[in-house]
Ligand binder design. Structure first.
Ligand code: ZN
Length: 242
């Protein structure tokens, strides 16, 4: 789709996309999907005071692997506002069953996170003249997050076209792409592996040790481990022995 079109430095292709890249497995896979669609990629990562700052380094390596046109890391410290286990001192739950994970909104929820991130992505997309936003949310394996649901994504897409000059003047028709939203973790991993996504660089753990090694017990680790099992593939990350 991108073809061999001539471009000047400040003129993105009509098919440019701003991709939210967290350094996790899902966002890396969603970005690989976007590249396969022929979108020219502009990656956006947030350093929001999260505990797992290794994710930012992972995002940088993945952005390089993707060959993005530009990667921005925005520092936005939300920690004074949050009581989430990802940014505060609350214990990250460990060893939970899938049933327990699907009950209610988990303690790892970060208030309004996807809305904050998508809003910044939207602003950058409008500046770039890019009509596409890509986010690796998933509503299958882990339905507790309100801002990972299809109805949320549809509402944000509507807002994007109402809330921007480019939307109102119809110079751009914004779309929010969520390629993974209905895939199981196993399907996500299989898709990404077939495209060579470097999962050895991705971070999923909510509670890694000081060198960034995953705990193997938090919800994110358990879902990732289960996903690789479902896909019949070996997770390149090393987990502590149980
Ligand atoms: Zn973990």
């Amino acid at each position: 789709m991108a073809g061999n079109r001539e471009q000047t430095q400040n003129e993105p292709a009509a098919s440019a996309a701003v991709v939210l890249l967290s350094g996790g497995l899902d966002s890396a896979t969603a970005a690989a999907w976007a590249r396969e669609q022929g979108f020219e990629l502009y990656a956006l990562s947030f350093d929001y005071g999260q505990r797992h700052r290794f994710e930012i380094e992972a995002a940088q390596r993945i952005a390089q692997w993707l060959g993005v046109r530009e990667h921005r890391v925005l520092r936005i410290d939300l920690s004074p506002l949050l009581h989430s286990a990802l940014t505060g001192t609350e214990q990250v739950p460990r060893g939970r069953s899938l049933d327990a994970m699907s009950q209610g909104i988990p303690v790892t929820y970060v208030p309004a996170r996807n809305t904050i991130m998508l809003s910044v992505a939207l602003g950058w997309a409008e500046v770039l003249g890019a009509a596409n936003l890509v986010i690796g949310v998933n509503a299958v394996d882990y339905s507790g997050y309100p801002d990972c649901r299809p109805e949320y994504v549809a509402a944000f897409e509507k807002l994007a076209n109402l809330a921007t000059k480019a939307g109102v003047e119809e110079t751009l028709r914004f779309r929010v792409h969520t390629p993974l939203i209905r895939w199981t973790k196993g399907e996500i991993i299989r898709y990404g592996t077939e495209r060579g996504v470097p999962y050895q660089w991705t971070h999923s753990c909510y509670d890694p040790d000081s060198s960034g090694r995953p705990c193997g017990q938090c919800d994110a680790c358990l879902l990732r481990i289960k996903g690789f099992e479902e896909a019949g593939l070996k997770d390149p990350l090393c987990y502590p022995k149980a």
